[in-house]
Design a protein around this ligand. Structure first.
Ligand SMILES: Nc1ncnc2c1ncn2[C@@H]1O[C@H](COP(=O)(O)OP(=O)(O)OP(=O)(O)O)[C@@H](O)[C@H]1O
Ligand SMILES: [Mg+2]
Length: 403
C-alpha cells in the first residue's frame, strides 16, 4: 500500500522504522526501475514516499506523471529544507504533502493523511495487488458470506473484518463488508472509519435502490474493500427491515465479488433476510461450554428456519485456548462438525484497537494465516502467499549490500 522510494539504504531503513505503523504493506524501492515494477504490480498502490535522498526535481516529475496516470496514488515528498520555491513547485506538480524527515510525528501524520485521501480516491474497479491469483470466480454474481454467532463477543466482527480484507486481495470487482448489527454495529469502530453515510441512509432509497445509490452509501476502507456501516443511532436501526436488507444484498452481489455480512448476536429481521440471500454461513463459536451451548441452540434455530445445513460452516474461534475441551467434545456438544480453527491471540484485540485488521498488518500471523486458510477451504478462494514486510525488507537490504 505504501512504497518508500529512497536510494540511500540507511535513510530507507530509518523510514521503514518510522512508517511501520501505517496501515497496509510497506515496501521499498532504491531505483526508478524498482519503483516502476512495484507500481506495475499493484494498480491500487496508495502512496509513494519520496525520501530525502531523492533529488526533488525527480520527485516532482514523478508526482506530475502520477497525477495523470493514477490520481489515487499520492506522493509525499520528504525534504529537510523545503523553502517557499520548493513548496510552490511541489504544489504545482501534485505532490500531496511535503514533510520534514527529521520530524517523525509530522512525517507520520502527513503520510497517514495522504493515505486516507488515496483510499477515498481509488475507484472500486481498480483491483488490489495479487488480482487474478487463485481467484475462483463464481460467474457474474458475487457471493454472500454471512458471519453469524449468537453469543455476544464470540468474534464475529473480528472474523468478518479480517475475512473481508483477505478476500479483497484477490477480488476482481472488490469486496463489500456490510454491518447488519443495526442497533450496535461496530465495523466502523473496528476499522476506524468515519462514515458519512451508511445503511441507515438506505431507508430513504428503499424500493428504488440502484448501483449509484448503493455506491453513495459506502465508505472506502482499503483498495478493493468498501463498507456499508450500521446506522449511528439505534432509532435509525429500527427502520432497517428485512425487505431493505434483501434489496441491498441483491444489488451488492451484482456489483462485488464477495459480500461479507457481519451480524448481531440475535436473530432479527435483517439477519433472516441476509440468511435468505446467503451462499455461505460462517457460524462462529468458541471452546467454552456457555458459547457452545449457545451455538447448539443457534444451529437448531437455523434448522427450524429451514436454513440449509450444507451452507453452514462452524468456525472455532480462539481454538487454542487451554480450556480442557477436545475437538471431539466440542463437536459432541454442538451436534455438528467443526470446520476451520482460528487461534486466540492478544494481537487480535490490539489490532481492533488500532483500527487495522491483523490480516492487513501482519499477514504472516497465525490468526491471519488461519483466516486465509478459511477463505481457501470454506469459500474456495485460494490466497497468494502472505506478503511479509520483514522478508521484503531483508531481501532489499541483501540486494543493496551486494550492489
Ligand atoms: N481469535 C481471537 N483471539 C483473541 N481475541 C479475540 C479473538 N477473536 C475475537 N477476539 C476479541 O474478542 C472481543 C469480541 O470480538 P468481536 O467484537 O469480534 O465479537 P462479536 O461477536 O462481533 O461481538 P458482538 O456480539 O458484541 O458484536 C474483541 O475484543 C476481540 O478483539
Ligand atoms: Mg460485533
Amino acid at each position: 500500500m505504501t512504497i518508500i522510494y529512497e536510494p540511500q539504504p540507511a535513510a530507507a531503513e530509518r523510514l521503514v522504522a518510522l512508517l511501520a505503523g501505517l496501515p497496509g504493506d510497506l515496501r521499498t524501492a532504491a531505483a526508478p526501475a524498482e519503483l516502476a515494477a512495484l507500481l506495475d504490480a499493484d494498480p491500487a498502490e496508495a502512496l509513494v514516499v519520496a525520501g530525502p535522498g531523492t533529488p526533488p526535481a525527480d520527485a516532482l516529475a514523478f508526482a506530475a506523471d502520477q497525477r495523470l496516470a493514477r490520481p489515487w496514488t499520492g506522493v509525499v515528498l520528504l525534504s529537510p529544507e523545503a523553502d517557499a520555491d520548493l513548496l510552490r513547485a511541489a504544489l504545482r506538480s501534485g505532490v500531496r504533502e511535503v514533510a520534514d524527515p527529521r520530524d517523525p510525528v509530522a512525517l507520520h501524520e502527513a503520510c497517514a493523511r495522504a493515505l486516507q485521501l488515496s483510499l477515498r480516491l481509488v475507484p472500486a474497479s481498480v483491483p488490489a495487488a495479487g488480482v487474478g491469483v487463485g481467484v475462483v470466480d463464481g460467474g457474474d454474481d458475487g457471493r454472500i458470506v454471512t458471519v453469524l454467532g449468537t453469543k455476544g463477543g464470540c468474534g464475529k466482527t473480528a472474523l468478518a473484518t479480517n475475512l473481508a480484507v483477505t478476500l479483497a486481495r484477490t477480488a476482481r470487482r472488490g469486496v463489500l463488508l456490510v454491518d447488519l448489527d443495526v442497533q450496535a454495529g461496530d465495523v466502523a469502530a473496528a476499522l476506524r472509519l468515519a462514515p458519512e453515510r451508511g445503511l441507515g441512509d438506505a431507508v430513504g432509497l428503499a424500493g428504488g435502490l440502484d448501483e449509484a445509490g448503493l455506491a453513495s452509501l459506502l465508505t472506502p476502507v482499503w483498495p478493493g474493500l468498501r463498507a456499508l456501516t450500521a446506522p449511528g443511532r439505534p432509532a435509525e436501526g429500527d427502520r432497517v427491515d428485512g425487505e431493505l436488507v434483501g434489496e441491498v444484498l441483491a444489488l451488492a452481489r451484482r456489483t462485488f465479488d464477495h459480500v461479507v455480512v457481519d451480524t448481531p448476536a440475535h436473530f432479527c429481521d435483517p439477519l433472516l433476510a441476509a440468511l435468505d440471500a446467503t451462499d455461505r454461513c460462517l457460524v462462529v463459536t468458541a471452546p467454552d461450554v456457555l458459547t457452545l451451548n449457545n451455538t447448539r441452540v443457534a444451529l437448531e434455530t437455523l434448522d427450524l428456519l429451514g436454513h440449509p445445513a450444507e451452507q453452514r460452516i462452524v468456525v472455532l474461534n480462539r481454538a487454542n485456548s487451554p480450556v480442557g475441551l477436545t475437538i471431539r467434545d466440542v463437536e459432541r456438544v454442538l451436534g455438528a462438525p467443526v470446520g476451520p480453527h482460528v487461534p486466540s491471540s492478544a494481537d487480535v484485540p490490539a489490532s481492533l484497537n488500532r483500527g487495522v485488521p491483523i490480516a492487513v498488518d501482519k499477514p504472516g500471523h497465525p490468526v491471519s494465516r488461519a483466516i486465509a486458510d478459511l477463505a481457501a477451504s470454506a469459500l474456495g478462494v485460494a490466497q497468494p502467499p502472505a506478503p511479509s514486510r520483514v522478508s521484503r525488507w531483508r531481501g532489499w537490504a541483501r540486494r543493496s549490500a551486494h550492489e
